[in-house]
Write a protein that binds this ligand. Structure first.
Ligand code: MG
Ligand code: MG
Length: 272
């Protein structure tokens, strides 16, 4: 059942989403050759707790850490470890929080030093496909409209859209209804109404859309060993339109990137 949120609850969810956004901003400054994903995980946990929040993934379905850390051919759900990142890697960082009793869930794929041009393009197109999807998140549209837009943009560039893992409703539970696939048909699926909050999270592969899972029971990786990217935003439907609750602003500040890509999805200025 879809849990509709009041405007007050949406503002509480924004606070939780912003804890994750700020965490990703802190990590952005630390992602470089030589750092381990376990070091970054520790930093994230400390920061989340200092914000009066709780790591959202730690212990969820028995996940052992604060962050899902998925380098290169790993798609999602990688477990932090002591292996240092190296120049040319990409690392998808997915982070969750619980604040005010609500989950935040937000992800970004970072470049480690200088990466190959074809990988850089994968990251750019995956992020664009996220926004293509968010643009469809309007009252009266349907779940399939979001998936269709994401899939169309990614496949136009010859990329593989992961099928087995999907976005989701977000709230007092990490995974609420509806499921939000990154593929689909226009006009199909549940209809969007004001007060819905969802996490939209395209997982896009440079090569095949097919995946495998490691024996650790968590790590998902591409079947052909080519890189995969993952970007995720938390979005509410307010006044019939998408309203971003999370932001890449802190990441961009840390990386010195100028961007107004989020402006069209913000009905009120970001104050935090
Ligand atoms: Mg996530
Ligand atoms: Mg998610």
């Amino acid at each position: 059942m879809i849990q509709i949120k009041t405007l007050e609850e949406i503002e509480l969810m924004r606070e939780s989403a912003l804890v994750v956004s700020k965490t990703l901003g802190i990590l952005a400054a630390e992602v470089k050759p030589g750092v381990t994903t376990l070091q970054l995980d520790k930093l994230a946990e400390e920061f989340i707790r200092s914000e009066g929040a709780i790591p959202g993934f730690l212990g969820l379905y028995d996940f052992p850490n604060t962050l899902c850390m998925s380098p290169n051919a790993q798609v999602v759900h990688g477990i932090p470890n002591k292996k240092p990142l190296v120049e040319g890697d990409i690392i998808s960082i997915d982070c969750g929080s619980i604040k005010n009793g609500f989950y935040g869930d937000h992800a970004y794929t970072f470049e480690v030093g200088e990466v190959a041009p074809e990988t850089k393009k994968l990251l750019q197109i995956t992020k664009e496909s996220l926004y293509e999807g968010i643009r469809e998140l309007r009252a009266g549209n349907r779940v399939g409209d979001v998936g269709f837009a994401i899939q169309k943009h990614a496949e136009k560039h010859g990329y593989g859209v992961v099928r087995e893992l999907v976005g989701h409703g977000l709230g007092r539970e990490m995974h609420e209804d509806p499921e939000m696939p990154n593929y689909g048909k226009r006009g199909r699926g549940k209809k969007f109404v004001n007060g819905m909050v969802v996490a939209i999270e395209p997982m896009i592969n440079l090569g095949t859309h097919k995946i495998n899972q490691l024996k650790d029971g968590w790590t998902i990786l591409t079947r052909d060993g080519k890189p995969s990217a993952h970007f995720e935003h938390d979005v509410a439907i307010v006044n019939g339109k998408p309203e971003l609750l999370s932001t890449f602003k802190y990441v961009y500040e840390a990386l010195g990137i100028e961007s107004n890509e989020e402006d069209e999805f913000r009905q009120k200025p970001l104050i935090h």
